[in-house]
Design a protein around this ligand. Structure first.
Ligand code: FES
Length: 83
């Protein structure tokens, strides 16, 4: 049995590998024939949704986990006693 693997790309799309069926809200299926892997847009800016078209890198998309980490680092820095 084949497995599906979904990889969260840093500040980028979800890379989906394996045998999948991708359907829209109406149940219409995308033809993924010959595509062993696809990248699904996570930033919301692709003009080819649900697929990633690379726009995330042009707009400087920062994924939620990166944004939270930055905020936590900033708070920790603010809490550090100053000499
Ligand atoms: S994640 Fe690549 S265009 Fe949105």
């Amino acid at each position: 049995m084949s497995e599906v693997k979904i990889t969260v790309r840093p500040n980028g799309p979800y890379r989906v590998e394996g045998p999948i069926k991708l359907v829209d809200a109406n149940g219409n299926e995308w033809d993924l024939t010959g595509k062993p892997a696809i990248s699904l847009c996570r930033c919301g800016a692709s003009v080819n949704k649900p697929f990633c078209d690379g726009t995330h890198s042009k707009m400087g998309f920062q994924a939620a986990e990166a944004a939270v980490k930055k905020e936590e680092e900033a708070k920790a820095e603010d809490a550090t006693p100053k000499p």
